[in-house]
Design a protein around this ligand. Sequence first.
Ligand code: AMP
Length: 173
Amino acid sequence: MNRDKIKNAIRNIPDFPKPGIQFKDITTLLLDHDAFSESIDIFCEEFGNSEIDLIVGIESRGFIFGAPLALRLGCPFAIARKPGKLPAETVSAEYELEYGTDSVEIHKDAIKEGDRVLIIDDLIATGGTAQAVGELVTKCQGDITGFAFLINLAELKGSDKLKPHPVFAIIDF
Ligand code: AMP
């Protein structure tokens, strides 16, 4: 698998959405059929032999990678969303932002007790979002199998927050 092809298909936008942030724009990867499809192949290769009952994708770019992976692995797909978006009964978890807090929600009936759950997003930065989604899984009595990301901003050491769970990323920046 050619990870350089995937890395080169991701566009860096400096100072978006604010000064100092190097925004990793995956829309260019999505326009590149080979690179997008190869990224799903790599996730499949990594998790094809894992025992996973459910994939949870994190709003919104986690949906783009989580849904095709769930179809390829033959398992159900649930979505973790920003507050107020999901129509049925939810559980929620808060996480810290630079200023203040935010939260994520999941439908209460999306995860069954004992489900082995893989959590997926496009990118891990500080790890706060993924950690909060992990909390949702635990609150619903699911078991976290691991976390998967297309991109890890390695110097932020976000994966430390997700210990002791395994963290897989296709690309480190
Ligand atoms: P964090 O909670 O700090 O790990 O942030 C992860 C979430 O924010 C993911 O859903 C990412 O899509 C988004 N995100 C954070 N930093 C970036 C970045 N530099 N480029 C693109 N997306 C980012």
